[in-house]
Structure formats: C-alpha cells, structure tokens
Write a protein that binds this ligand. Sequence first.
Ligand code: AR6
Length: 175
Amino acid sequence: MKIQAGRSVLELVEGDIIRQDTEAIVNAANQSLLGGGGVDGAIHRAGGPQILAECRQLGGCPTGEARITTGGNLKARYVIHTVGPVYRDGLHREPELLASCYRESLKLASARGLKSVAFPSISTGAYGYPLADAARIALKTVKAYLQEHPEIERVRFVLFGQAAYAAYEAAMKEL
Ligand code: AR6
C-alpha cells in the first residue's frame, strides 16, 4: 500500500530490511550501537564488519536520537542507526521518543541529500512497543516530515511478517 505525502511517496511493504535498495536503511539499534538481535543483528550480519567499525567510533547514541554510517556490503549506501524507547506503560515519554527516532533519522537523510529511506518498525520487537500504537506514531511522524521536506522522495516501511504489515496498513488507512 502507498500514499502521497506532499510530493513524496510513503509506502508499506512486507519484507526484510536488509534487502532494500533505498539509499539508506534504518537500524533499530540500542544505545551502545555495538549490535544486538532482530533488525540490528541482521544488518550487521549482512553489512559486514565495516559498519561495526564505524559504530565504535561514534561512542553510542541516546534514545530518540540517530547516527549514520556507511552501508558496508549492503545494497543501501548508508545505515541510519536510531535507538527506540523500551516500552514500559506508555507514560514514560515513549510516544515522543519513538516519534523523535523517525524525525531524527529523516533529518540525517535530508542533511546527506538522500532521496530514499527504508525503516523497520522501531521498538516493536525486543523493546515491546505495542504494534498498533507504534504504527500510528511512525506513519503520522513520517508523513508530517515528508510534507515539509520534499527532498526525500520516498520512505518505505519494511514490515516483518503479516501481523506487522496489517497493523501498519490499518494505521495508514486512518491517516
Ligand atoms: N527486517 C525488517 N524487520 C525486521 C527484521 C528484518 N530483517 N527482523 C526483525 N524485524 P527489533 P527493537 C522486525 O527487536 O524492538 C536489538 O537487539 C521485528 O519483527 O529488531 O527496536 C537491538 O540491538 C519488529 O517488528 O528492534 C536493541 O537492543 C521490528 O523489526 C533492540 O533489539 C523491531 O524489532 C531493539 O529493539
């Protein structure tokens, strides 16, 4: 499914983030930026040691912020690493921190002149963010950014499995 956001396209696909040919893919990292499971593990496995070597130089990343490295052996030229909130009860700034991840990642893409970015569903795996809530925040935040920043032509959400895709599709229909 896809919609227009200003002059840009916002689209949903079911698939694997590491296979995307967008200029950047986004990693759902942790504050150490030194790797982990889920998306993070898949990106470092497929991208090779170059990404980790660059991450070591960055000295970590606070929750809600983002950092950029090259893409190593991936198709994508860059990896944008962002740290989502660990979900507790929704009352500990989780919504604003999650929105900040998407915004800060896109700001880095804009600053580098990148035209296409693929995101996974940040915080909805190991970090436990309820999928429906996360989907609404993710799409609303990215749509608003694109409406102000036509320099990014395409944002693709790459949803892992049918349940994640369905949640984002439902949220997109409500936008
Ligand atoms: N492509 C796209 N989506 C994926 C893939 C993939 N290859 N693999 C998993 N997902 P998670 P988080 C989905 O746990 O919740 C790591 O250990 C997954 O189904 O990767 O932000 C980090 O180092 C889920 O919907 O990220 C951190 O410690 C979504 O991606 C921690 O996990 C996010 O799941 C971050 O947790």
